[in-house]
Design a protein around this ligand. Structure first.
Ligand code: DX5
Ligand code: ZN
Length: 223
């Protein structure tokens, strides 16, 4: 299952509700929600009140990416405000296994993310316990950065491990995904494609249609 997961970090927050409606009308199912705390990453984005307020208007799957230190403090809060999936960073958790368990116990999907310098090996023991592995393809913290080529190998390595073990785990990529890099990441094995600036910069509806079509075309060439 391939999904374009638009990241609202690049949305126009003055028009957030309208832009989410446009995504929903264009058949987008996954909404990527980047939460940043100014500690795990340099920047600060938004938190629970924003999620709670967009939850009232949207039926999309809320994919919450926590770029937050010690995220175990907030799992229940994010579930309460409407997350359907919570992804935490391997580098941010004191006890990663326990945090994943906490997410599952809270009744939502669990994801684990690794920064570009973190090897797949650090999380490979968790593949049976998560729904999604998020491979960061830029340094987390800001939209609009350039895709880091070295990350492609990590996507392939992960896809191989998942196939070998016969598991059903999503590989999500996040950072610098656009018309040029889509093919590389899909061919390496990614199926959940986060995109911020290339969706929201310019004509939103047109970009969603173009990128969705591109994903569909590339995915047809696989298998
Ligand atoms: C980066 C965030 C991304 C970001 C992607 O730390 O996790 O989700 O919004 O933005 P683009 O697609 O512009 O690289
Ligand atoms: Zn993200």
């Amino acid at each position: 299952m391939y999904q374009l997961c638009p990241s609202i970090l690049s949305a126009d927050f003055n028009r957030l509700g309208d832009q989410i409606k446009i995504l929903e009308n264009e058949g987008i199912e996954w909404l990527h929600i980047d939460v940043m705390d100014g500690d795990f990453v340099p920047s600060i984005s938004f938190g629970m009140p924003v999620i709670k307020s967009i939850r009232k208007e949207s039926k999309m799957f809320f994919d919450v990416h926590l770029m937050v230190s010690a995220p175990e403090r907030y799992i229940q809060d994010f579930v309460d405000c409407g997350a359907d999936s919570i992804t935490v960073h391997a580098e941010a958790c004191e006890d990663l296994e326990r945090t994943i368990e906490q997410i599952r116990d809270a009744g939502v999907q669990a994801g684990v993310s690794i920064k570009p310098a973190t090897p797949v090996n650090d999380i490979s023991h968790l593949l049976r316990d998560v729904d999604t592995v998020l491979v960061m393809t830029v340094q987390p913290g800001f939209g609009g950065q350039k895709y880091i080529d070295d990350c492609t190998e990590k996507i392939s390595e992960l896809r191989e491990l998942i196939e070998e073990e016969g598991l059903d785990v999503n590989i999500q990529v996040d950072g610098g995904i656009n018309d040029e890099t889509l093919e590389t990441v899909i061919k390496a094995g990614a199926n959940l494609l986060v995109a911020g600036s290339c969706v929201f910069n310019g004509d939103l509806k047109g970009s969603v249609r173009r990128i969705k079509k591109k994903i569909e075309d590339i995915s047809k060439t696989i298998e």
